[in-house]
Design a protein around this ligand. Structure first.
Ligand code: HEC
Ligand code: HEC
Ligand code: HEC
Ligand code: HEC
Ligand code: HEC
Ligand code: HEC
Length: 456
């Protein structure tokens, strides 16, 4: 009897060990290796703790065991080739496919080995604690020169402003002193005797109405300060103007780090007058699946949580329920602050410059650059500067009439491109006669200085 009891106990222990946790079964897998494999192959569609495109995968081994009585063999088959498993008529494989809107998961046959799958499953069962982002400090050290320079410029601006205020205050004070001296002089007995009636009456007048004078001086001071302030603000509204936006959208991260083409978002530039700010639906083409910031680049003072929070703002505005992966229908438009804005009496057309003038502008701009680092590849940069290095868009030029004219005077028109060849055929022949074969034809020669071309 005693020996049976002993065996019974051993058996129990063995069985409970076998059943205990999924993890013990995949002790063979390496969760650290699994983490890397998961990041490289699965994070586009899966997270451990929430549904992305596919279901959450944290503890998936236990879950399938408990709810579907499926073992890791099924998981291996599914992960390596879910297509084949579904085609074989496997009930749960087809069920999970239906439940997820029939979005097919990628097939990993030939890409992942059985051992890799073990590692991944070990990771989903026992994810190692997130390491503190070690590269953060390094990234932060890689300071973003652009923003530092901009900040310096801003500091300089406010320094100039303070200096201007002090100078004006000093000037006014000096004036006041001078006036007082003058009045004192006029009040002095010698003078009043010398110049009896008129000056005494003046000083009397002054004494009587001195508060009017002081009030006038004060008023003048206020006007002067207001003028200086406005003047400085006016400078700010041109070159260097960079307002805060409701979503911290970084061109450096999109157009720079991720090399997204300007015209993917500003698609209007090709077709007409305005470039347009993209609608949130354009953002959602990518951000439906990019719900977190995992990029290497960090602007000094910002962390990944900050960027992720900004991405969530898109969802809030566009009415996207992440957990259900569906639109709620509740939207609130984003109000971007407009940065470039020509007065109403000016006509500026993007497509004229971005399509017809593209090569001419790129060539003309690059010809003027002494430093090869300043050369451009994208036409937009000739006017908007290196937007792909800016976290916050900043006006890179003055956008004044002189600026337009200056470029028109110096940029040679590309008479060989399809657009100009057709459009300007007759004019071109005339110009050739007028200026001689092979001479430079700049934009002013085709009417780029005519008032009516730029003014309504
Ligand atoms: C292209 C997107 C995509 C990628 C990449 C992807 N999956 Fe999936 N996965 C899905 C979808 C979608 C489903 C839901 C089933 C379906 O619709 O086919 C799914 C389902 C699963 C399931 C079943 C979950 C359940 O609740 O039953 C597992 C396990 C799984 N994926 C593991 C992985 C692993 C591991 C990787 C990386 C090696 C991976 N997937 C990569 C899209 C993807
Ligand atoms: C992923 C989408 C996206 C890409 C790619 C993109 N932009 Fe933008 N752009 C925006 C959004 C959103 C705004 C409005 C918010 C802001 O000003 O930052 C904007 C604003 C601007 C503005 C200021 C508009 C104004 O208010 O006057 C300019 C100029 C601009 N982009 C030029 C560019 C150039 C040049 C490129 C390529 C180097 C580019 N953009 C690439 C989305 C994009
Ligand atoms: C072509 C794809 C694409 C489009 C379109 C796109 N994004 Fe992004 N976005 C990305 C990528 C890639 C990242 C970086 C993700 C990473 O590195 O983890 C990103 C990161 C972000 C971030 C965090 C970093 C930052 O810039 O502050 C925000 C916020 C963001 N996007 C907003 C937007 C908005 C708003 C729009 C629409 C105007 C938009 N995105 C359109 C691909 C896109
Ligand atoms: C020849 C100079 C020039 C070039 C080249 C140029 N822009 Fe502009 N851009 C301007 C001017 C000027 C404005 C202001 C227009 C206005 O207020 O009517 C502007 C305004 C914008 C705006 C604000 C919205 C709007 O359309 O008014 C965006 C966005 C923009 N540009 C993006 C781009 C992109 C992207 C490219 C390249 C495909 C580009 N620009 C090429 C001069 C230029
Ligand atoms: C970087 C150089 C550059 C700047 C800056 C520039 N332009 Fe132009 N512009 C061109 C070129 C090149 C053409 C000729 C395009 C072509 O081949 O048709 C042109 C053509 C034009 C035309 C058509 C002229 C015609 O006779 O058909 C107008 C109108 C015009 N620009 C307006 C403006 C205005 C307004 C501004 C300032 C807000 C401006 N441009 C700034 C380079 C520039
Ligand atoms: C290449 C385009 C272009 C041509 C050609 C042009 N202008 Fe302008 N003009 C502008 C722009 C852009 C502004 C707005 C500048 C600003 O907002 O600072 C402007 C502004 C003005 C203003 C307002 C004052 C100012 O400087 O802001 C007057 C007046 C004016 N233009 C007259 C003319 C006359 C007259 C001609 C013909 C001799 C002419 N313009 C030709 C682009 C042009």
């Amino acid at each position: 009897m005693i020996s049976w009891r002993k065996h019974y106990k051993k058996g129990l222990i063995a069985i409970s060990l076998l059943l205990s946790t999924g993890a013990s079964v995949y002790a063979q897998g390496d969760p650290k290796k699994g983490q890397d494999l998961f990041k490289a192959n699965c994070t586009a569609c899966h997270a451990l703790d929430k549904k992305v495109v596919g279901p959450a995968l944290g503890g998936i081994v236990d879950k399938l065991k408990k709810e579907q009585n499926l073992d890791t063999d099924w998981l291996h088959k599914w992960i390596i080739n879910n297509d084949k498993l579904r085609a074989s008529g496997d009930k749960y494989a087809n069920q999970v496919y239906e439940e997820n809107g029939k979005v097919a998961m990628q097939v990993f046959e030939g890409k992942l080995t059985e051992a890799d799958v073990d590692d991944i499953l070990a990771y989903t069962t026992n994810p190692p604690a997130e390491e503190p982002a070690a590269d953060k400090a390094g990234d932060a050290a890689a300071t973003d020169m652009q923003s530092v320079q901009a900040d310096k410029a801003n500091q300089l601006n406010s320094k100039i402003m303070v200096a201007a205020f002090i100078a004006i205050a000093g000037l006014l004070f000096w004036l006041l002193l001078k006036i007082r001296q003058l009045v004192k002089l006029q009040q002095s007995p010698e003078l009043s005797e010398l110049n009896s009636t008129r000056i005494t009456s003046f000083s009397q007048l002054y004494e009587k109405y001195s508060y009017v004078g002081k009030a006038l001086v004060a008023l003048l001071a206020i006007f002067a300060l207001y003028g200086v302030w406005n003047w400085l603000m006016w400078i700010g509204v041109y070159k260097g103007y960079k307002p805060e936006q409701p979503i911290y959208f970084s061109h450096k991260i999109h157009a720079g780090e991720n090399k997204i083409d300007c015209q993917l978002c500003h698609s209007g530039a090709k077709y007409g007058k305005v470039s347009e700010i993209p609608s949130l639906n354009v953002c959602m083409n990518c951000h439906r699946s990019i719900s977190e910031y995992k990029g290497k680049y960090l602007e000094p003072g910002k962390d990944r949580e900050f960027y992720t929070g900004e991405i969530k703002k898109i969802y809030q505005h566009v009415g996207w329920d992440e957990s259900k992966q569906a639109y709620t229908g509740k939207t609130e438009p984003v109000e971007w602050t407009r940065i470039h804005n020509m007065p109403d009496f000016v006509y500026f057309n993007h497509s004229q410059h971005v399509v017809a003038g593209e090569q001419a502008i790129i060539n003309g701009f690059n010809a003027k650059q002494k430093d090869p680092a300043n050369k451009i590849d994208v036409v937009c940069k000739a006017c908007h500067g290196k937007i792909d290095t800016m976290n916050v868009v900043q006006m890179a030029n003055n956008f004044t009439m002189g600026w337009c004219i200056d470029c028109h005077r110096t940029t040679e028109v590309d008479m060989t491109n399809g657009y100009n060849k057709e459009y300007f055929k007759n004019l071109h022949d005339k110009l050739k006669k007028q200026y001689g074969e092979g001479s430079k034809i700049t934009v002013d020669a085709i009417g780029g200085l005519e008032c009516g071309k730029c003014h309504y």
